[in-house]
Design a protein around this ligand. Structure first.
Ligand code: SF4
Length: 401
């Protein structure tokens, strides 16, 4: 059985797991999955699946670390898309109202607050189909990215569909990651969204990847999909040219006024099964528990961490839905012997930060007389920034794009 092969080697202790090796996030660390293999993993007795996932998790991650991410809605509501779960679509009568793009200073203040409270990734979501011709707005977002990256935080945006040129501009501004969810399986997608296609989404993800930005892409449970759709989503992720560095898992928060308002809450066991399967199929990705986390008890959240989830969204709001506070989440982590991840702590993010620091300093000479990067100066600078140590999405909770 495939699952046996996945955990054929005993996991190493956390202290000597692969976090110091670039191989931990190398595409070469991947295997190719048949959809039936992912389905077989998913269908195992639940605790057997969790055990395997926990074992794989320890081979590729420090299982004691959880990343705290904060997501700010920088432009709410009025979106022309028809995502059936989203309160921000202009097609539905919901509590959400259209706002203008936030001022730079308001966003920076929120990012400083998030950083002071221990968040190491700051994400910004704008409710629109695409940036399109919003040149001034896009320039303001580029400023937000530059400033927040300059604070030593990982910075992520979810701004809808992107062109290759826009992705490149975001990269140059210092964007660490871009969130663009596939939401569900290809075959169920049309029951949720009709205003853009699955392939449109894959195209944006390709532009993000080509620009050298980390990909954050996941899905939403509770849309009325069945188990094979959850498997289909994970399988699609495994088929991308490179696995997403980040896989957010949202549980639908049913918003009155949306077509999904009557959907029953997702069962915890379904959430756990999905997280555990994703951990095995996407072993090096950060698996983020996103919208809907508050529906689960603390013990249930701890079980998700055991099964390989290693990031949460915290603060006071996640786009349009409330989330638990930094104080509550730090206390929760402490009770379970977990600690917050630093910025740029994963090998992929560390490499990105090093390259970013090298770019920033390559035009001048370091005090030691060498060019940045050739003697470790850039590395040191990177470490200082990194020591301070993130759409994904929820729309209404699940996604902003
Ligand atoms: S999920 Fe994003 S793209 Fe879809 S309606 Fe909501 S804001 Fe618009």
């Amino acid at each position: 059985m495939k699952s046996t092969a996945v955990v054929g080697a005993l996991p190493k202790a956390s202290s000597d797991r692969a976090t110091s090796s670039s191989e931990a996030w190398s595409p070469s660390a991947r295997k190719s999955w048949e959809r039936s293999e992912v389905q077989a993993l998913f269908d195992q007795p639940l605790l057997e699946l969790v055990f395997q996932a926990a074992s794989v998790h320890r081979m590729h991650h420090d299982a004691r670390k959880i990343q705290l991410c904060t997501l700010m809605n920088i432009k709410e509501g009025g979106c022309s898309e028809d995502c059936a779960y989203c309160s921000q679509s202009s097609r539905y009568e919901t509590h959400s109202h259209a706002s203008k793009l936030e001022d730079l200073e308001n966003v920076l203040e929120e990012a400083r607050r998030a950083k002071a409270n221990g968040s190491t990734r700051f994400c910004m979501g704008a409710a629109w189909r695409e940036i399109g011709g919003r040149k001034r707005g896009f320039n303001r977002i580029l400023d937000m990215v530059r400033e927040i990256r300059g604070m030593g935080m990982e910075v992520c945006t979810t701004l809808g569909m992107l062109t290759a040129e826009q992705a490149q501009q975001l990269k140059e501004a210092g964007l660490s990651a871009y969130n663009h969810n596939l939401d569900t399986s290809r075959e169920y997608y049309g029951k949720v969204i009709t205003s853009r296609t699955y392939d449109d989404r894959l195209q944006t993800i390709a532009h993000v990847r080509d620009a050298g930005i980390s990909v954050c892409s996941g899905g939403i449970l509770g849309l009325g999909e069945d188990e094979s759709d959850r498997v289909g989503l994970i399988w699609e992720m495994s088929r991308l040219p490179e696995a997403p560095e980040s896989f957010p898992v949202n549980a639908l928060v049913a918003i009155p006024g949306t077509p999904m308002e009557g959907q029953p809450p997702v069962q915890f066991q379904e959430m756990l099964r999905t997280v555990a399967t994703a951990r095995i199929v996407l072993p090096t990705s950060i698996v983020r528990i996103a919208a809907g986390r508050q529906m689960f008890t603390e013990s249930e959240q701890a079980m998700l961490f055991l099964a390989g989830a290693n990031a949460i969204f915290t603060g006071h709001r996640m786009l349009t839905t409330p989330t638990s506070s930094w104080d509550q989440d730090r206390a929760m982590l402490e009770r379970w012997g977990l600690s917050p991840m630093k910025s740029f702590e994963t090998p992929r993010m560390a490499a990105d930060e090093l390259a970013h620091a090298s770019r920033d300093t390559s035009s001048f000479t370091k005090p030691c007389g060498s060019s940045a990067g050739s003697c470790g100066c850039a590395s040191s600078a990177s470490t200082q920034t990194a020591s301070e140590t993130h759409p994904a999405p929820a729309t209404s909770s699940a996604e902003a794009a």
